[in-house]
Design a protein around this ligand. Structure first.
Ligand SMILES: C[S@@+](CC[C@H](N)C(=O)[O-])C[C@H]1O[C@@H](n2cnc3c(N)ncnc32)[C@H](O)[C@@H]1O
Length: 222
């Protein structure tokens, strides 16, 4: 079964011997990849909609993985069961991800490891997790169909982060590399376009956007 670069990278970041809950599994391709590639993985593939779950069930059956992957219908973390150690939420907006965590906050706090790949509002996601009992243990960038995605691993614990850490990601800031340069060059250009398009009276927005552009320039030139 074919899997895209983004899902492959997420799968590769999961530790062997994990019990995973994939929230918003859609087709369950990630869970199938995981069980086939990593040792001793159990997974719950869950989704809020029946349509994607029907497809997930078909895919799992085709691969004869019904024993390893359980399918559950439900909203967000409501499909959690005790002894799940890793929750994966990917391919959704950052605000939806934060909402999913807030809606079942008592369950949210039980989980050891989160692997999160938000499509947007990545900074808000980092702040939410780090203000609620987690630290950033790893971060990766992955390119897929010309988009560059962030994947962030949160683990239970506490670390202090600066504004710059939240903006760039503390681990990405350490690692940098080619994809980092490409990602933040794109971020800089989109902000330059925004400034050119903003009406005159959006002075504050322009001011903060210019500050972000300067911060990106400094890091890229460093
Ligand atoms: C764009 S797909 C992403 C699929 C896959 N996780 C990936 O990264 O490619 C988003 C999926 O999340 C599901 N979803 C959205 N909100 C959800 C929620 N609150 N709880 C569970 N699933 C949700 C949607 O039904 C959809 O199947």
């Amino acid at each position: 079964m074919k899997i895209n670069n983004r899902l492959k990278m997420i799968g590769d970041l999961v530790q062997a011997n994990s019990f995973c809950l994939d929230v918003g599994c859609d087709h369950a391709l990630l869970d199938i990849y995981l069980v086939k590639r990593k040792a001793n993985i159990k997974a719950i593939a869950s989704d809020i909609k029946e349509g994607p779950l029907d497809q997930a069930k078909k895919n799992i059956k085709r691969e004869h993985l019904e024993k390893e992957i359980e399918v559950r219908l439900g909203d967000g973390l409501s499909t959690y069961t005790d002894s799940v150690d890793t929750v994966i939420i990917s391919g959704m907006g950052g605000r939806n991800i934060i909402g999913i965590c807030k809606n079942n906050f008592n369950i949210f706090k039980k989980v050891d490891t989160y692997i999160i790949s938000p499509n947007n509002y990545q900074e808000d996601v980092k702040k939410f997790f780090c203000k609620n009992g987690y630290y950033i243990s790893n971060e990766e960038l992955v390119k897929d169909s010309n988009f560059i995605y962030q994947i962030i691993i949160f683990k239970k614990g506490k670390k202090k982060y600066s504004k710059k850490d939240y903006f760039f990601g503390p681990v990405l800031l350490e690692k940098k590399g080619k994809l980092f340069e490409e990602y933040y060059t794109r971020e800089m250009k989109s902000r330059e376009i925004l400034i050119a398009l903003l009406p005159k009276n959006y002075r504050l927005k322009k001011y903060f956007t210019k500050k972000e552009i300067q911060m990106i320039k400094n890091v890229l030139e460093d």
